[in-house]
Design a protein around this ligand. Structure first.
Ligand code: KG4
Ligand code: ZN
Length: 335
């Protein structure tokens, strides 16, 4: 579908203002205004600050995305935006901007589920990605193993019963004084550490597809406090590498439990945590071992971006699935 409709996609569900342009699955532009620095001093995303920052950057980024794509507004097939899940005030900015632009241009508007955006993101790296597939979705707010039976037909096989994988990384990184967001910091530090140094727990071994990460967070905190007092704390790089390994171990195991049970030959990945270098390597090794194909987006398209919203928008538009301009955002939108 690389010659599908040209769509501008707008993502404002959290702390990144992302705008992308695709033609079908072909990436034409992807621009981003990250708010990480704005929120870093608060140690997490402040909803009101996020919404205001989206207001400041969305229009100018739309111009930049179209200019980089070499696409004139009049040549757009449609405009897509994230409808949910996310922070309501942040969602409203991109969603309303997109509806207004579509209305002014007389073009179709497509509301997109943010998680479906992550599900489709592997297409931006390789257009051969297609269902039936098992996709591991791991972000700051979600950890899910999804059986993608067909485009638009998803069965959530497993999910986290407490914290998401990214949330666990962010919270532990904050505890370790590594700053926000924690995932990239732990990824970097872990590359210099020994993943076998500390044996952190791998939870929910008795449930094939579900995750639990809050016990891991508690376990790390107890470990650090106890060993710090006793003067026996190993180098922080070893702690980070061991924590990362505990998370990666369960993500890989449960993904391939689902691959085995469903018999699919295609595995996908999406969401910010999929940018993790160790997770990417371990998934690739396991896919090779089992003779299945792994599709993960390039690292910059794992984290939130507008291109993944545009690619879902283009796909839906090609099927005539457009959204009424009266539609509203839904902070709790389900896949
Ligand atoms: O998908 P995303 O950008 O936003 C949400 O929808 O939540 O995911 C953000 C999450 C954060 O928890 C961040 O720490 C994590 O993705 N993350 C990473 C890496 N890059 C971002 N986690 C591990 N390793 C990374 N390299
Ligand atoms: Zn996301």
């Amino acid at each position: 579908m690389s010659d599908g409709p040209v769509v501008l996609g707008i993502e404002t569900s959290c702390d990144e203002t992302g705008l992308g342009v695709v033609a079908g699955t072909e990436l034409r532009a992807n621009v981003l205004a990250s708010q990480v620095d704005l929120h870093a001093r608060f140690g997490g995303v402040v909803p009101e600050v996020a919404a205001r920052a989206h207001v400041e950057s969305v229009r100018h980024l739309a111009h930049r995305a179209l200019a980089e794509a070499g696409v004139h507004q009049a040549d757009l097939g449609g405009v897509a935006a994230t409808q949910g899940p996310g922070l309501v005030g942040a969602l409203v900015v991109g969603f309303t901007f997109a509806k207004s632009l579509a209305w002014a241009l007389g073009k179709p508007f497509i509301g997109v589920n943010h998680m479906e955006g992550h599900l489709f993101a592997p297409l931006l790296g390789d257009p051969e990605f297609a269902p039936p597939a098992v996709v591991l979705l791991v972000s700051g707010g979600h950890s899910q193993v999804v059986h993608m039976r067909d485009w638009g037909d998803y069965e959530i096989l497993g999910s986290t019963i407490d914290d998401a994988a990214g949330e666990a990384l962010d919270k532990t990184a904050r505890f370790l004084g590594l700053g926000y967001p924690g995932g990239p910091a732990i990824d970097r530090l872990a590359s210099e550490g020994d993943p076998g140094a500390v044996d952190f727990p791998r939870a929910l071994a008795d449930r094939p597809y579900d995750f639990s990460f809050s016990g891991l967070k508690t376990s790390l905190m107890t470990f650090v406090r106890t060993n710090h007092e006793a003067g026996t704390l190993p180098p922080l790089a070893d702690v980070a590498a061991s924590l990362q390994e505990a998370i990666v171990d369960v993500l890989v195991a449960k993904t391939f439990n689902a691959v085995e049970a469903t018999g699919v030959e295609i595995v996908g990945g999406g969401g910010g945590v999929m940018a993790n270098s160790r997770l990417r390597r371990r998934l690739q090794e396991e896919a090779n071992r089992r003779g299945v194909r792994l599709f993960v987006p390039p690292q910059e398209l794992c984290t939130d971006n507008g291109a993944m919203i545009a690619v879902v928008g283009s796909h839906k538009l090609a099927r005539g699935e457009i959204t009424n301009l009266n539609a509203d955002v839904d902070a709790g939108l389900k896949l």
